[in-house]
Write a protein that binds this ligand. Structure first.
Ligand code: ZN
Length: 276
């Protein structure tokens, strides 16, 4: 377990922690992606808002050809996600067998205001069934042009939580990555021990919600992904009431747990394709 990281106790009724210069972070992401040979697209959401989307092809001749999608920054008061993506892009430690698509920041206007919603006050993570927000429309149009994904990771924060936790959407009961994610994150950040998180049953930082996406009128991104793009999705939630560097490190560790090979050989993510 971790590491004497102390809770700050300053985020009450909202996020009051450290902020980031989102334009600079996005510039850094773009520079790192281009330096490491990624394809970079700019998705024009509106006259003011442009989203970045990166993709990287597995090297030819490799066997696995796994397809991974990562998104961050859909909530403008959750800076750890874009920082984690920047770190991952700069470190460039990806398995060669994996095709990867990354959206480093889905709500840049929200970060300018340090608030959850976009400039029009819309929570973009409730837009994915019936979208009107320009960011979501641009993002969905881009997603529809991409192939299906074997694994999706959505990077978030929660200012109320007592530690890191993860939501798993795994309707086909594929080999789970949840425990590997939590175990790796525990080295750098406390895990939320609560038995109820956000109204759902949790066990040692893992929530496996019973998803009936048809019953929920306001879809988060993960519901769109599960319905149209993937059969395995994780939403990683870093605890906003801990130092920003700790939260970013938690999200980086969570992503690495899925994709970086362990001592036993293959990366965890390839096991999720067993039998598929
Ligand atoms: Zn969020």
């Amino acid at each position: 377990m971790s590491s004497g990281v102390e809770r700050l106790w300053k985020n009450v009724q909202g996020y009051y922690g450290e902020r980031i210069d989102i334009a600079a972070v996005q510039r850094d992401c773009l520079m790192a992606a281009q330096a490491h040979g990624w394809e970079a697209e700019k998705l024009k959401a509106s006259s003011e808002v442009e989203l970045l989307a990166f993709s990287r092809r597995a090297s030819s001749g490799t066997q696995h050809r796994f397809r991974l999608y990562i998104s961050a920054g859909i909530h403008g008061d959750e800076p750890a996600g874009p920082l984690a993506v920047r770190q991952l892009l700069q470190d460039n430690l990806w398995p060669t067998e994996v095709n990867i698509w990354i959206c480093p920041c889905l709500n840049p206007a929200g970060f300018v205001k340090n608030r959850r919603e976009n400039a029009e006050g819309l929570d973009l993570n409730r837009q994915y069934l019936d979208p009107v927000a320009p960011e979501t429309l641009a993002h969905i149009a881009w997603l529809k042009a991409q192939p299906d994904f074997d694994l999706c990771l959505c990077l978030h924060e929660d200012w109320e939580s007592h530690g890191f936790y993860v939501y798993e959407l795994n309707p086909d009961n594929r080999p789970s990555l949840a425990q590997a994610i939590v175990d790796r994150v525990a080295d750098v950040c406390p895990i939320d021990p609560s038995e109820i998180i956000e109204g759902r049953a949790a066990h040692k930082g893992i929530i496996r919600p019973n998803v009936d996406s048809q019953s929920r009128p306001q879809w988060p991104e993960a519901f769109f992904l599960l319905t149209h793009k993937t059969r395995l999705s994780y939403t990683l939630e870093a605890p906003s009431d801990f130092p920003l560097a700790t939260r970013a490190a938690a999200l980086v560790a969570g992503v690495r747990a899925a994709i970086v090979p362990g001592q036993e050989g293959d990366a965890q993510c390839f096991k999720t394709k067993a039998g598929s």
